[in-house]
Design a protein around this ligand. Structure first.
Ligand SMILES: [Fe+2]
Length: 281
């Protein structure tokens, strides 16, 4: 599988509802992002604005928030239909778990209304008792996907946590950019470790619509191909994300061996230098 624009990939994590969170600010920004996603081979985008789980406790605030997101999403959707009719622009949320027993019964909180829900822990820290929270969500009949497990503070040393999350019933979504070193060397090493243990279920962009960011770096793609072969890539990028839309469990992904720490560090340095140039530009 080569990285080109004919792959029909599905991306289940991005911030492309205009003006509602720290992602794309306006419709032209969303269109620019979608154009670049099509060049990366993505044809179905489940965009996932941030929302706090605690908002459910105040129904009128929740409704106001969801109404705003719906309006902005519909605006972007009609512009995308005009300009990129080949792209399906779908929605969910990235639910920040700021209460221990979140109520996820409102289908708008979940990925395209399926039983899957993309969750994250607050402030990129892992609070105590997260496996219990995962179990609580599963007990309600939903399927939690933990966003970017590699990005939380101290994950380098919390080697048991990814196993505990999976055992509790979570699926894991690694950010593609983490493998390239976009979020620092620790997130990079942890991302490769999670793939190396065969614990990752999905790769996604977590794209915030930055105008210069390369969504999928070809070097990382080649690296993945070399190490995990076609099968892991196909499962992580296409098959398993598509299965979310069908509301069925991901298929097991074979382990992908990590590049040497030295090679990772070198690649990461290049990516972070590019990133600081993006910011300056
Ligand atoms: Fe995100």
């Amino acid at each position: 599988m080569t990285l080109d624009d004919s792959m029909s990939l599905v991306d289940i994590h991005s911030h492309l509802v205009p003006g509602v969170d720290d992602g794309a600010r306006h419709v032209p920004g969303v269109l620019n992002a979608i154009e670049r996603m099509t060049h990366a081979g993505i044809r179905r985008v489940v965009t996932t604005p941030h929302i706090d789980a605690s908002l459910v406790l105040t129904p009128e605030r929740l409704e106001a928030r969801l109404d705003g997101v719906t309006q902005a999403w519909e605006q972007a959707r009609s512009a995308i239909r005009e300009e990129f009719p080949e792209v399906e622009y779908l929605r969910g949320h990235e639910v920040l778990i700021d209460i221990p027993e979140p109520d996820l019964s409102d289908s708008r909180l979940r990925l395209t209304g399926t039983s899957f829900v993309l969750i994250e822990w607050p402030r990129l820290q892992v609070p105590p008792g997260t496996p219990r929270v995962v179990r609580h969500i599963c007990d309600q009949g939903y399927r939690p996907i933990i966003a970017h497990p590699e990005r939380y503070a101290g994950m380098m040393h919390k080697t048991e946590l990814p196993h505990q999350w999976k055992e509790a019933g979570a699926r894991l979504q690694v950010n593609y950019g983490s493998l390239a070193g976009r979020y620092g060397s620790e997130a990079q090493a942890v991302a490769w470790r999670i793939l190396g243990l065969g614990l990752a279920d999905y790769l996604a962009s977590d794209f915030h619509g930055q105008s210069r960011l390369k969504i999928y770096k070809k070097e990382t793609w080649a690296e993945l191909e070399e190490r995990g072969g076609q099968e892991a890539l196909d499962l992580l990028f296409r098959v398993n994300p598509a299965r979310v839309l069908e509301d069925v469990e991901p298929l097991p992904v074979p382990a992908v061996s990590a590049p040497s720490p030295l090679l990772q560090r070198l690649r990461g340095m290049i990516v972070r230098r590019e990133r600081s140039m993006e910011r300056q530009g």
